[in-house]
Design a protein around this ligand. Structure first.
Ligand code: AMP
Ligand code: MN
Length: 265
């Protein structure tokens, strides 16, 4: 799930409280390109008696596309991990400045500092910009903002420089974690799975709210073929994406046991 530290709407402590209310035994927070919320979450889980698995969701470039790699069980003290994530955050700032510039040259008087303020010191994402555009009535809604301005290939879209598949997998493995291909039916790059396995991926996010039963069966089979762990994830974002509720698409207990053998908590 995602907290306010990336593009979710709840704080890590609020996420944990909600998870406790729903009766979850274990959880992971996997913010986009940041681990800033993990200590707060770890502390809250300790209080709530929930097993906490530190996580991160890295945006990774491949060709012209982007795929998401989850890293579970990473060492949050790792300097190389922290340095890499700091660099990605700085690049997101520069990219947002450019996107706002492009909006302004197409007649939308957006102000970078106002987008920054809306994000409240957290990792800047296009979701923040979309919210800003909708709130200031520069767009009819967030979806409209993506459609008209900031979606892939739209006039104010600026591509980010992304980690490579190899670098992201090496980074996760190198910091004690295990890499998982996120929401494969959304990514639709099954052709990459064999390559990902060779690079060291250890799991696929088989259980996912938007996966059809057919998707789930297909990815379970692929996991069996390559000996991969089948993980589950709600991809909960709070109010910013209400379609994926917290606690949807759980990791089966036998798969959780496999995860716990791989990582040191
Ligand atoms: P970024 O990492 O800054 O490129 O922003 C990615 C965020 O924007 C994620 O939360 C995506 O789910 C969201 N997003 C990307 N494209 C769209 C779109 N066409 N409609 C709605 N949300 C989108
Ligand atoms: Mn994702």
């Amino acid at each position: 799930m995602h907290s306010r530290f990336s593009d979710g709407t709840l704080s890590p402590a609020e996420l944990v409280a909600l998870a406790a209310e729903r009766g979850l035994h274990a959880l992971s927070i996997t913010d986009h390109d940041t681990i800033a919320g993990l200590e707060e979450a770890r502390e809250a889980c300790r209080g709530a008696g929930i097993l906490f698995i530190p996580g991160v969701e890295l945006s990774v470039g491949y060709g012209n596309g982007e795929i998401h790699i989850l890293g579970y069980g990473i060492d949050t003290r790792s300097k190389v991990l922290r340095d890499t994530l700091d660099r990605l955050a700085a690049e997101r700032e520069e990219r947002m400045v450019k996107m706002v510039k492009r909006l302004r040259s197409s007649g939308i008087p957006a102000v970078f500092e106002d987008v920054r303020a809306l994000a409240g010191g957290n990792i800047l994402s296009r979701l923040h910009l979309a919210t800003y555009l909708a709130e200031n009535e520069f767009a009819a809604s967030r979806d409209d903002a993506f459609l008209k301005f900031i979606g892939n290939g739209r006039p104010a879209f600026v591509r980010r420089r992304l980690l490579t598949l190899k670098d992201s997998i090496d980074l996760i493995v190198g910091t004690g974690g295990f890499p998982v291909l996120a929401h494969p039916a959304l990514t639709r790059r099954d052709d990459l799975i064999e390559y990902l396995v060779r690079l060291g991926i250890r799991g696929i996010e088989v259980y996912y709210p938007k996966h059809s039963p057919g998707n789930t069966a297909k990815y379970e089979k692929i996991c069996r073929k390559y000996g991969l762990i089948a993980t589950g994830g709600s991809d909960f974002h709070g109010n910013s994406k209400p379609e994926t509720p917290l606690g949807a698409a759980l990791t089966p207990p036998d798969q959780l046991q496999r995860i716990l053998k791989l990582i040191q908590l």
